[in-house]
Design a protein around this ligand. Structure first.
Ligand code: CA
Ligand code: CA
Length: 203
């Protein structure tokens, strides 16, 4: 008893998601059913989210990065992901528009949520990304970007920033659109991809 309410997606959320993603009503309802099967309480906890990430990165430590990603998706900051937050996240990471994706990337890097990115914040996120790269693969990284410090410095230089400067959202998005190398430095690169790139260079 009392469960009937939660097994049906509310009209309000449905309309909102249809408006903000490209998913159809049928798709959303199907996903909601499988979401409930996976998470009967209708929410994904931080621990569970970290567990899902750990499954994707068995050879590295994804805990810190998963925590940051979780924060960026938990828009109402209640410590859980509800279906709406989950679908928006899914949409962003798979089929979302570039600008929306970059807005999300900005919120990921703006750790304290004060509307600007500091060099420390860039360093912290890059560090969490590095933790996911197996030690053996880290050895293959190019010399000038093989530590979080070096990468953060490089990104900061690309933006033309001094040590204590900050980056605002508009500036961040424009910078990443103008310079593809920034996005590459800010993202997790699959070890295999790094190896392939190095091979290309040698040939
Ligand atoms: Ca939430
Ligand atoms: Ca900040």
């Amino acid at each position: 008893m009392g469960n009937s309410k939660s097994s049906v997606l509310s009209k309000e959320i449905l309309e909102d998601l249809k408006l903000n993603t490209k998913y159809s009503e049928a798709e959303l309802c199907t996903w909601y059913q499988s979401f409930l099967k996976e998470c009967p309480c209708g929410r994904i906890s931080k621990e569970r989210f970290e567990g899902i990430y750990a499954g994707f990165f068995p050879d590295g430590d994804s805990t810190d990065y998963a925590r940051h990603v979780f924060r960026s998706f938990d828009t109402n900051a209640d410590g859980t992901l509800d279906f709406k937050e989950y679908i928006v996240a899914l949409h962003l990471t798979s089929s979302g528009k570039t600008t929306r994706k970059l807005e999300w990337a900005f919120s990921l890097y703006d750790i304290d949520g004060n509307g600007t990115i500091s060099k420390n914040e860039v360093h912290d996120i890059i560090k969490s990304i590095f933790n996911m790269i197996p030690v053996e693969d880290q050895k293959h990284l190019p010399e000038e970007e093989n530590t979080p410090e070096k990468r953060a410095n490089k990104i900061w230089k690309y933006f033309g920033k001094e040590e204590n400067d900050k980056i605002k959202e508009g500036e961040f998005i424009q910078g990443v659109i103008d310079n593809k190398d920034i996005l590459r430095l800010m993202q997790y690169d699959k070890p295999q991809k790094i190896k392939d790139k190095l091979k290309e260079k040698k040939q």
